[in-house]
Design a protein around this ligand. Sequence first.
Ligand code: FDA
Length: 492
Amino acid sequence: MPALIIGSGYGGAVTALRLAQAGIDCHIVEMGRDWTTPGSDGRIFTQTASPDQRGFWLRDRTKQPVSHFLGVSIDRNISKYTGILDAENMGAIHVYQGRGVGGGSLVNGGMAVTPKRSWFEQILPSVDANEMYNTFYPRANATLGVNNIDPAWFDSTEWYQFSRVGRKVAQRSGFATTFVPNVYDFNYMKQEAAGTVTKSALAGEVIFGNHHGKKSLPVTYLGQAAATGKVTISPLHRVTKVAPAAGSGYTVDIEQINETGGVVATKSVTADKVFFAAGSVGTSKLLVSMKAQGHLPNLAGAVGQEWGTNGNVMVARANHAWDTTGKNQSSIPTMGIDAWDTNGVFAEIAPFPAGAELWVSLYLAITKNPERASFQYNSSTGGVGLSWNQAQAQKSIDLAKVVFDKINKKEVTVYRSDMFGSNKVWNEGLTYHPLGGAVLNKATDNFGRLHGYPGLYVMDGALVPGNVGVNPFVTITALAERNIASIIASDL
Ligand code: FDA
């Protein structure tokens, strides 16, 4: 086949659409399910409040990002299933990722943020920023269907009271706040509030999938790609090996799995071009193990390096009894505290849609944490580990603490210490934003071509070195747009 794409998240979806439009047939191999078929309860996705097996990727116990309430664990046993959200245990950190046709777009908060140009120029100095900000960011935003909340509605609806409280206290401490664009359709959300359509964001749906309202990749890039008739997708197929084929091209070994994760068939195909778009962790693990096992021995030494968490750390504050955050909260965040230039913190004011008044302000902070880790192949287990250790997350806590200590002092409020464990204020044990592992212009050339292997490319979050300063998917999409344009022009 002409082109095989590993993974159907942002990098993979952009690659498929643009290759297809250039007349090239391509095939996407995706290890997760195709999330289009309802279960026996009539729902495609599980309930947010009490997720069943559909919520998690091959786990026998849920692993909720906000794991406790009043210090008591809310996790419970489930049966192993190829569910939508992977809380992948990489030693000292759980890396959350979407699994299914659409990758992270199935589970994320939809926050579609273009980073500050000055920071982008620092992290990816080899990329022409003019081109990115004039052509590829606009192209990504347009194709992703990014839209903005109506500020007047934001100011009046009960569903964003939690955000308004977050904005008020941040501003009173001298921090700027900013509206954050999203791929959730805010017109649909208004109709949800009016009671004229089925609720999704206003029914708490987000990290286990949205039945309505969200422009995830299956309705944007992948939908357009499918409409060309030149793209096919194999869900529940996992790539295990890529190696040069006899003659030309690459042999790709694939395991077909069932919905409980069992291998039902193994397959081998040959492709002229192979695009790694398995996400930062997925692509890094594949490349590091192919290099170590001698299948792709000439990959650059930079493969597996410069991985970071985007400085992610979660924290919650307790508001005063009169500062109600509302029992009704939209699951879609739409405001951030922008203290990046002053404090190295961009904090999303996150909802906690529990259906009851809890006086909680929850935040997911992105911090300027310079710590990086690397992936290593373990020859005794055949697996790939990550060197990240807990001490490396301390910098994220330190940066975020300056901001939230100041707010607490001004408001005379305290941190909640009952939501991430018993007596635990910071949740530094997870990331939603894994980045790096096959960094642009180091592990690859300046357009994602892997050194040493013509016809092998990296197209996903692995290209971005560890920290993009804001939520990452718009940058991953825009960079993929830029790289595939160059690859189509020169290599095909
Ligand atoms: P992505 O992870 O999207 O896709 C990779 C795909 O490859 C997956 O579908 C995976 O199953 C598949 N795969 C992996 N290994 C494979 C193999 N060996 N064979 C076959 N397939 C394989 N970002 C943002 O900008 N705004 C936001 O609001 C949020 N919110 C958010 C919430 C939550 C809960 C999560 C988990 C994440 C976010 N994110 C986010 C992060 C965002 O979703 C993430 O950065 C992108 O999805 C990464 O895009 P990629 O294309 O790199 O990989």
